[in-house]
Design a protein around this ligand. Sequence first.
Ligand SMILES: Cc1cc2nc3c(=O)[nH]c(=O)nc-3n(C[C@H](O)[C@H](O)[C@H](O)COP(=O)(O)O)c2cc1C
Length: 220
Amino acid sequence: MSQLFDQRKTVRKYTDQVVSQELILEVLKDAQKAPSWANSQPWEVYVATGEVLERLRKANLAAYDSKEAKDDKDMPKPGQWPDYLQERMNSAYAKLFAQSGIDRDDVQAREENWRNNYQFFNAPVAMFICLDRELSEWSTLDAGIYAGNLMLAATQHGLGTSPAASSVAYPHILREVLEIPDQQRIIVGIMMGYEDKDHFYNRSVSARLPLEENIHFKGI
Ligand SMILES: Cc1cc2nc3c(=O)[nH]c(=O)nc-3n(C[C@H](O)[C@H](O)[C@H](O)COP(=O)(O)O)c2cc1C
């Protein structure tokens, strides 16, 4: 496996080290090379750092702590996942918690883990990928390819990233603080910064299926 793909992983705790503006721009320039339908490049990306991000973090955590209802209208989750995928996700969660040293029955540790999500994992950079409401699933695919490029570009530049559905659970806060127009759907947030390598949240290593399980070879 090539090093870049091996190195990228979801980081769930960052150090306080600031990411320079030059480096953020380098990553964004690389990510911008993502392919898209007829080179439409439909993604609109809102990058939050510094004081703006701290405002966002505070409001997001307050919404979580006050048990505000989450809003996934821009990116609805399936009502029910197919059984085989639900099982796969359950075992991934169990492994993630076990490797991070979070006991299944430790309610407080599990709660802290969720609060960490709603604080954007302490990341110094948060990027929110948006799309015009008029677009179709083809453009959502483009946004996903863009997100993949963004994370690999960051890895290449020595930075950690976290794609996080949890980061867009309160879209009204993102809209207000980042001035995202209603015409834009908020697709996903990608956090970025320097990995806190000593933190137990970053101990987990995710596994992948053997190719035979979900790649369907025909004729080779
Ligand atoms: C669209 C998307 C949303 C995700 N949302 C979250 C999230 O809210 N919280 C979290 O801790 N991880 C989240 N993840 C990270 C996945 O759990 C992670 O990618 C997966 O377990 C594989 O691990 P790896 O990224 O370390 O290889 C998300 C990943 C994707 C692609």
